[in-house]
Structures are given as structure tokens and as C-alpha cells.
Design a protein around this ligand. Structure first.
Ligand SMILES: Cc1cc2nc3c(=O)[nH]c(=O)nc-3n(C[C@H](O)[C@H](O)[C@H](O)COP(=O)(O)OP(=O)(O)OC[C@H]3O[C@@H](n4cnc5c(N)ncnc54)[C@H](O)[C@@H]3O)c2cc1C
Length: 306
């Protein structure tokens, strides 16, 4: 805990308020991941650029929706930054100077905004651009950082400006400034996607909904349990799930982690699974599938921010 921080909060919970007024709490990261796994770390609930600047004075990691992470049972030693307050709010008002009858450029959308709710809201407004990302349980910042998407569309289909914060300061870039591509933004690892402005095509709620339904249908057959999504990338265009299935591993259970019977490329938490259980299953898959498989998830700790 930051030496300057003042302790406060509920019994048994180590909470403090930092110099910039940021709430800092030692918490199990399992609370913030879709897999429901991960040990403790010092979580900084950053609500402003001043708070980000202070939090970045020491080694840090950025936590989004936790939907692509397997975090160790021992947690991580770095500060974990969670975008909150105004950095998790959205202003979808069309910018009168940049918008046209055919295209809306929005106000700022915080990196901490949950993507599924945003996609639903845009559909209701009849604004098209991000509907291909329907069903991705990310936050906006994490989805931009990875250029999350499906074959029906990706985050960079709807971006106008991206605000990046680093220990050196804040700058704004456009997609043209970045070497983005398939599931990558080209944004370096220690850069926080703090806010974005969206550029969307004016459509109708029904037309956007129809596209969303199409993208959503592709998710049928995916397990509904706690999971960090697909475990492995498809090697050379071959389905990783099919290879795992052919190795006879569907339904394999270690501890409370299971290779989903519905889809072999998903590992699910049956309740109380540990990161060790998940790692043991990943090792089993790698040992039994003859083709080298590259992991889709990010493992923490792995790479720490400087
Ligand atoms: C059920 C399920 C379905 C999924 N389907 C898809 C899919 O169809 N397509 C797809 O692409 N992905 C999919 N995923 C994977 C995942 O949702 C994406 O990889 C997503 O981009 C992760 O975003 P996040 O906010 O959860 O990031 P996290 O998992 O929290 O973090 C992932 C990485 O992003 C970084 N990061 C997070 N927030 C920020 C930020 N504000 N600024 C900078 N870096 C940040 C983290 O430091 C970390 O390196 C799925 C996952 C699940 C659980």
C-alpha cells in the first residue's frame, strides 16, 4: 500500500485513499475476471488523469473487463489500474463540428465503459460501426487495445480518436497513426487507453439489430459458464477446438476447471477453480495435441509494465 495513503474502510479490507484522492484496495483479482480466478493485488480505482499519473509512479498493470486474462493464484505484485468514475462514463452526443447527416462523431467514451452495454445503446440509437463486437465481454479500453472483434466487425471499425496515457503524459491519436491489424492495435503495453471518440454511420435500430443478430448467432454453442474465452489461436487456419476434440480432451477436468463439453477450445470454471487447475489443463492440451498451439489468453504475471 502506498506509504502516503490513509487507511479506511470495512473491517478486514485494506482500503486507503491516495494523494490524488484515489481509492486503493487490496482485493482478489478473481472478482474482476470472467474466469473468476486470480489472487490479490493493490487495485487503484482511477477516476481522472491526475489519478492515472499518480498510479503510474510505480510499476502497474491495466485491468479492463478481465475477459482475456488468467491471473495467478498468488496475484501480481504491481499496482492494478481500474478505470472508474468519469473514465467509465460515455458521452454519445454528436459533435456538431465533425458530424454529418450520414456520420456521427461522438463525445468521449471512457476506457472503463463495458462494451456490451455500449453496443446495445448504439443499436437503440441506430448508429452502426461496433455491432460486430456484440457478445465480447470487454471494456472499451481493453477491446481497443486488442482490437477485439469477430468476422462481422472489430473495434477499429468505429474509432475516431484514441486518448493514450503514459507516465510521460497524455496524447491523442487516430487509427491512421497506429499500425493496427487483426486483433492488435499497435498500442504499446504500458499505454492506457483512457478514452475514445467513436465515428459511426447513421443507420436505423432495426438494421443495426439485424447485423448484431447475425454476429450473435456465431456464438451459439459457446459455453455460458465462467471462462476467459477461447484458449488457443487457430493454428494455420485449422480449428484449435477441433484439434483438442480429436485428441479426446472434451470434458477433461482438473480440480474445478473443465474443458467445455460444448466447445473444446473453452476452459470453464466449475466454481472454485484455481489458476493452477487452468494451467494444468493447458499443459495437458499442449502435451496431447501434436500441433504447436499458441495461447489466446494473457497470463498474469507475465509481462509487467515498466
Ligand atoms: C465469453 C467470451 C467471448 C469472447 N469473444 C471474443 C471475440 O469474439 N472476439 C475477441 O476479439 N475477443 C473475445 N474474447 C476475449 C476478450 O473479450 C477480448 O480479448 C477483449 O479485448 C479483452 O478486453 P478486456 O477489457 O476484458 O481486457 P482484459 O482482459 O482486462 O485485459 C486484456 C489486455 O488488455 C489490456 N487492457 C485492458 N484495458 C486496457 C486499457 N484501458 N488500456 C490499455 N490496455 C488495456 C490489459 O492490460 C491486458 O493486457 C472473449 C472473451 C470471453 C470471456
Amino acid at each position: 500500500m502506498d506509504p502516503g495513503a490513509r487507511p479506511r474502510g470495512r473491517r478486514g479490507v485494506t482500503a486507503a485513499v491516495s494523494r490524488s484522492g484515489t481509492r486503493v484496495e487490496r482485493l482478489p483479482l478473481s472478482r474482476f475476471t470472467t474466469l473468476g480466478v486470480g489472487g490479490e493485488a493493490e487495485v487503484w480505482f482511477v477516476t481522472s488523469h491526475d489519478a492515472l499519473a499518480e498510479a503510474m509512479e510505480r510499476p502497474y498493470r491495466i485491468l479492463g473487463g478481465g475477459s482475456n486474462l488468467v491471473i495467478a493464484d498468488a496475484g501480481v505484485p504491481e499496482r492494478v489500474l481500474r478505470l472508474s468514475g468519469p473514465l467509465a462514463e460515455r458521452d454519445l452526443t454528436p459533435d456538431p463540428l465533425l458530424s454529418t447527416p450520414a456520420r456521427v462523431v461522438t463525445g468521449w467514451v471512457g476506457g472503463g465503459v463495458p462494451l456490451p452495454g455500449l453496443v446495445r445503446q448504439l443499436q437503440k440509437l441506430g448508429l452502426s460501426g461496433l455491432e460486430g463486437t456484440v457478445g465480447i465481454p470487454a471494456q472499451v479500453g481493453g477491446a481497443v487495445w486488442m482490437n477485439a472483434g469477430t468476422r462481422y466487425g472489430e473495434m477499429f471499425d468505429g474509432l475516431h480518436t484514441i486518448e493514450l496515457v503514459t507516465p510521460e503524459g497524455t496524447r491523442q491519436v487516430t487509427p491512421d497513426d497506429l499500425p493496427w491489424g487483426y486483433r492488435q492495435s499497435g498500442i504499446p503495453r504500458n499505454h492506457v487507453v483512457s478514452r475514445v471518440r467513436l465515428a459511426l454511420t447513421v443507420s436505423t435500430p432495426d438494421a443495426v439489430l439485424a447485423k448484431m443478430d447475425f454476429a450473435d448467432q456465431a456464438r451459439r454453442g459457446q459455453p455460458k459458464m465462467k471462462t476467459p474465452g477461447c484458449a488457443f489461436k487457430n493454428p494455420g487456419g485449422v480449428s484449435a477446438g477441433q484439434l483438442i476434440d480429436e485428441a479426446g480432451l472434451k470434458g477433461t477436468r482438473i480440480g474445478n476447471a473443465l474443458i467445455a463439453p460444448e466447445h473444446a477450445n473453452f476452459i470453464v470454471n466449475l466454481g472454485g477453480a484455481t489458476a493452477a487447475d487452468v494451467h494444468a489443463l493447458l499443459d495437458t492440451v499442449r502435451a496431447r495435441v501434436k500441433v504447436p498451439l499458441e495461447l489466446e489468453y494473457e497470463l498474469w504475471p507475465g509481462q509487467a509494465e515498466p
